[in-house]
Design a protein around this ligand. Structure first.
Ligand SMILES: NC(=O)c1nn(CC2CCNCC2)c2c1CCc1cnc(N=C3C=CCC=C3)nc1-2
Length: 298
């Protein structure tokens, strides 16, 4: 029986509405959402508000994806992920109030610099490892981890975003097409290509591709067409450039294992403790990464 008691009503935060914000530039566009930089009039705080058209979501049968993304945000509580602060809706749209990462995408810095130096590669790989450890401990697979989805906050710490492709282990696919392709070609794992099955360690494959890209300035698996990329992935056809650091190469080789049960960091291989103990991470202060000062990107 809903309580009409005033205090129970006053304990709920007042729902925000579009007119509470000044909407600015579009910072991202997805297949069924637009992300807009917005400033809340009362607090002057900036948010990245993800706007979703209800009609479009229903027409494109994306309701389950939207609900799952909101569920994933509600479960995550870690400094290396974009935070969902509030949601509201109007007659035609849903609004997700997300933290704004004013320094944009890590990919932009990577492209500008060509590649990252060893200190930056180690630092940002370590932050991604801590983030994946948190996500995987929750039984959540990101499924589209890539530098474009690794944003940077004003202190240059990572903020991973975009859970539109995420999977919560143990939850039925409830009508989602099991064979629906998930992810971005250059980072997709061989098991997803071969059996459409995603594992927690599918994100570790993507991590291996990202570490390679940090150091080499290019992705390990490349081709003019997605099909060519897929063929190289399932055949593990890639090469390290001359001069590639040997310790980093060893880490990448242990992540880019065709067998998802043999990737460093997965449960069967000793979990995250073994990954964090790899010589590549020598000197990393795992307990103070969020408080630490990131290396200059140069
Ligand atoms: N899909 C999303 O949830 C999302 N998309 N964007 C912008 C995308 C731009 C292309 N690459 C992936 C991200 C965001 C979010 C979350 C919330 C979020 C928070 N801050 C920013 N900040 C940016 C600042 C400058 C350039 C791009 C993004 N962006 C987002």
């Amino acid at each position: 029986m809903p309580s009409n008691h005033a205090s129970s009503r006053s304990s709920l935060p007042i729902k925000k509405k579009p007119s509470d914000f000044i909407f600015g530039k579009v910072i991202g566009e997805g297949s069924y959402s637009t992300v807009i930089l917005a400033k809340e009039v009362s607090s002057k705080k900036e948010y990245a508000i993800k706007v979703l058209e209800k009609k479009h979501i229903l027409q494109e049968k994306k309701k389950k994806y939207v609900m799952r993304e909101k569920e994933v945000f509600s479960r995550i509580n870690h400094p290396f992920f974009v935070r969902l602060y509030f949601t509201f809706q109007d007659e035609n749209r849903l609004y997700f109030g997300l933290g704004y990462c004013k320094r944009g995408e890590l990919l932009d810095y990577l492209n500008k610099l060509g590649s990252l130096d060893c200190a930056a590669t180690q630092f940002y790989t370590a932050e991604i490892v801590l983030a994946l450890e948190h996500l995987h401990n929750l039984g959540i697979i990101h499924r589209d981890l890539k530098p474009e989805n690794i944003l940077l906050d004003e202190n240059m710490h990572i903020q991973i975003t975009d859970f539109g492709s995420a999977k919560i282990l143990g939850e039925e696919d409830n009508g989602l097409r099991r064979n629906s392709f998930v992810g971005t070609a250059q980072y997709v794992s061989p098991e997803v290509l071969n059996s459409k099955e995603s594992f927690l360690s599918s994100d570790l494959w993507a991590l291996g591709c990202i570490v390679f890209q940090f150091c080499a300035g290019k992705v390990p698996f490349w081709g003019g067409h997605e099909y060519q990329i897929f063929q190289k992935i399932i055949k593990l056809e890639y090469e390290f450039p001359h001069g590639f650091d040997s310790t980093t190469q060893n880490l990448v080789e242990q992540l880019l294992n065709l067998d998802p049960r043999k990737r460093l960091g997965c449960k069967e291989m000793g979990g995250y403790a073994k990954l964090k103990a790899h010589p590549f991470f020598e000197g990393v202060d795992w307990d103070n990464l969020p408080e630490g000062k990131p290396p200059e990107l140069q």
